[in-house]
Unconditional design. Structure first.
Length: 76
């Protein structure tokens, strides 16, 4: 099942299928290692859902909810 990273709950894991978005946001995500094929684990989510903390490629990364909404993930 494919869902957006922003819709994940704590502890969910999946593999990135597609990175949407345009220009600077898309480039920023790619620069941080958020690329198709990478495995993602949602570690923490703020009470209002922004920001979120994920583990990707062996390091912790914090993303805004708008950035996370650009990432489509195949849930494991």
């Amino acid at each position: 099942m494919v869902k957006l990273l922003s819709d994940f709950v704590k502890g969910e894991r999946g593999t990135i299928v597609k990175v949407n978005g345009e220009g600077a946001i898309r480039r920023r995500l790619f620069d941080m290692g958020v690329t198709p094929g990478a495995t993602v684990l949602l570690k923490k989510k703020a009470p209002l859902g922004d920001p979120i903390e994920i583990t990707i490629r062996g390091y912790e990364l914090t993303l805004r909810k708008a950035e996370a909404a650009c990432v489509e993930i195949e849930q494991e």
